[in-house]
Design a binder for this molecule. Structure first.
Ligand code: ADP
Ligand code: MG
Length: 369
């Protein structure tokens, strides 16, 4: 474990009754002081991960560590963690001050100290002066801020946020994304934020864990995940992408759309069936003759800044291009791209599979095999 890791999951599985596991041998490390996002479709296990960290449920197998200590059986109230719930879970009969003060009162903190801490927490979320307001008099965005103040006032080491922005309208949502990110920077506390919205994850995070069906598909910075998706699920879930079936002829040589291309990928079996991703912004339109791929345009949309053009290659793969150039349906055009723009993916490979493959590959090289 790296010395900055605050939370570690080691092969954590969570299973209810005899159903398929909700989390399936999940391993990861959370480093101190960063903004993490758990990103994945509804039902993939995001909330379950938060509940395990908070201590609201126990793992079926595997270990969870906090600051290097195993916490599998430590009760929720003994953990240095606070949760901001999806529905905020504020106390409707208490005013703003009492909602935020609640945790401190349970700890039997002195009155003067409670007042000072609540004041500070409210100023952090721009709610100074709202102490006496009733919760029902607060807007959605303000309730959100009360919920956050209630979490930070306890000075936890980690704050868990379960889709906290999903109830807000788009404009407020953008504003709160910015505010939350700023708040995390100012406090320096580790945030673990849950969303199913890929744009939100890309905009806010230091690190993203992309989750599907109870397994972490990939972890990394937003740019890593966008540029180097590990598999079709990630490529599809994050941004717009062109995905085509392909054959890895040999190291650095891949075939798709009826042509062969130089690429930067290696370490697969000769002639292994794979998939390739090329992001629309990495494709450039050229004349039919000069095209590395030759396509016939089957749709065109004006998007304000650029056109979105799709064309079919001779194998029937559809390629989406974003371009300031115009092309009409039925036009034959060429597409060009750099070897670096091609990203080769193994079928259903997760990051763990990938790391294992890389390890065995470099061990083989070291052995001279
Ligand atoms: N108490 C429970 N009993 C049985 N199944 C559950 C329970 N809690 C969650 N699940 C199941 O676990 C899966 C993951 O749930 P959850 O972690 O809430 O997903 P997410 O937050 O990503 O939408 C879902 O299929 C859900 O139905
Ligand atoms: Mg959830």
């Amino acid at each position: 474990m790296t010395n900055t890791a605050i939370i570690q999951f080691n092969n954590v599985t969570k299973q209810y009754d005899h159903d398929a596991p909700v989390l399936d041998h999940v391993s990861f490390e959370i480093e101190r002081g960063k903004f993490y996002t758990l990103l994945g479709p509804s039902g993939c296990g995001k909330t379950t991960i938060l509940r395990l960290i908070a201590g609201f449920t126990e793992a079926t197998s595997g270990d969870i560590y906090f600051n290097g200590k195993k916490i599998n059986h430590i009760p929720a109230n003994k953990r240095q963690v606070n949760t901001v719930f999806q529905d905020y879970a504020l106390f409707p009969h208490l005013n703003v001050f009492e909602n935020v003060a609640f945790g401190l009162r349970i700890k039997k903190m002195k009155k003067s100290q409670v007042a000072a801490k609540v004041k500070e927490a409210l100023s952090f979320v721009n709610l100074s002066g709202y102490e006496d307001r009733e919760i029902k008099e607060m807007s959605g965005g303000q309730r959100q801020r009360v919920a956050i103040a209630r979490a930070i006032v306890n000075e936890p080491e980690v704050i868990l946020l379960d889709e906290p922005l999903s109830a807000l309208d788009l404009k407020l949502r953008y504003q709160m994304q910015y505010e939350l990110r700023e708040l995390q920077r100012r406090l320096g506390i580790t945030f673990i934020f849950v969303t199913h919205d890929q744009e939100e994850a890309l905009a806010m995070s230091d690190e993203i864990f992309v989750i599907n069906k109870g397994r972490i598909q990939q972890s990394g910075t937003p740019i890593d995940i966008y540029d180097e998706p590990i598999n079709r699920f990630v490529a599809d879930f994050i941004g717009e992408s062109n995905i085509a079936k392909a054959t890895m002829i040999d190291d650095f040589l891949v075939a798709f759309g009826g042509e062969q291309f130089s690429c930067v990928d290696q370490g697969m079996n000769p002639n292994e069936p794979v998939e390739v991703v090329i992001r629309p912004e990495d494709l450039e339109i050229t004349s039919f003759e000069n095209g590395m791929l030759q396509v016939e345009v089957n749709s065109q949309l004006f998007r304000g800044v650029h056109y979105e053009i799709t064309g079919l290659d001779k194998e029937g793969n559809e390629w989406l291009v974003q371009s300031t150039k115009k092309a009409a349906v039925g036009d034959k055009i060429g597409l060009r791209f750099d070897p670096e723009a091609i990203h080769v993916m193994r079928f259903n490979e997760t990051e763990e599979d990938f790391d294992r493959r890389l390890d065995s590959y470099s061990e083989g090289e070291a052995d001279g095999k």
